[in-house]
Design a protein around this ligand. Sequence first.
Ligand code: ADP
Ligand code: MG
Length: 265
Amino acid sequence: MPVQKSTPLMEINHISVAYQDNRSILNDIHLTINQGEFVSIIGKSGCGKSTLLNVIAGYIKPKHGKITVQGREVTKPGPDRGFVFQDLALFPWLSVLDNVSFGLRMAGVSKQEILERSKEAIRMVGLSGSENKSISDLSGGMKQRVAIARTLVTKPNILLMDEPFSALDEQTRESLQEELLRIQKETDMTVILVTHSIDEAIYLSDRVAVFDDQGGIHNMIHIGLGKPRIPEIRVSSYFNEYKKQLMQDLRYDFQIQYESEGSGI
Ligand SMILES: Nc1ncnc2c1ncn2[C@@H]1O[C@H](COP(=O)(O)OP(=O)(O)O)[C@@H](O)[C@H]1O
Ligand SMILES: [Mg+2]
């Protein structure tokens, strides 16, 4: 279905969540995201980042608020929203091809189409030629590529990624970041990424949402570094300015605590 570029793709409307213990997790999250945008979410562990991705994916129902995609309320998971999980959740005993094609086989797509689409997704992540390799023979970076391909094969318009590169070494991580930007350009997908890495958030994103400890949005930063990104931008003064800003934003809660504790000294 064609997407209207003028209206936001997704509206996250005043979302809060309560798990069984009834504790409020997200605090009135309000955010609109446009088609083709790359938005990162950064914030301390436990502030609700994964919870928000799960609400967008349709796995968790919010207690308050709603999410709409192209004007339609999200009530359940759908093929328009692909999720790359933190723990990859691959089947180690299956080949690359069988892992990537798994979702399509479950969806009852024809054999020919399954093969074509799986090979295309494997090409997109740079793994052509490795279709028949077993998952257990792959490096961490290659496993991550398979996990991304397995999500791409369903042709989602929105890619949700929960700390996908956190287990990888720096070099592998940077090369996968480049791949992700290339794939996003090729597909015009919208990406929402949860990350702990300030550098990763700046390098990849058009906007970075900084969550506070209560699960609210403390700040939203537009990253005006131009696309396509040039790797050298990582060591530029512009990049460092954003880094300084994000570091300050992430220490915001700490500073309040520090200032109130320190006021009597
Ligand atoms: N299934 C669940 N049941 C109850 N509490 C949960 C569940 N999942 C997460 N939480 C709690 O919700 C809060 C936010 O978790 P999460 O969204 O995983 O945070 P983040 O991804 O930012 O680290 C945490 O306090 C966590 O313990
Ligand atoms: Mg998380």
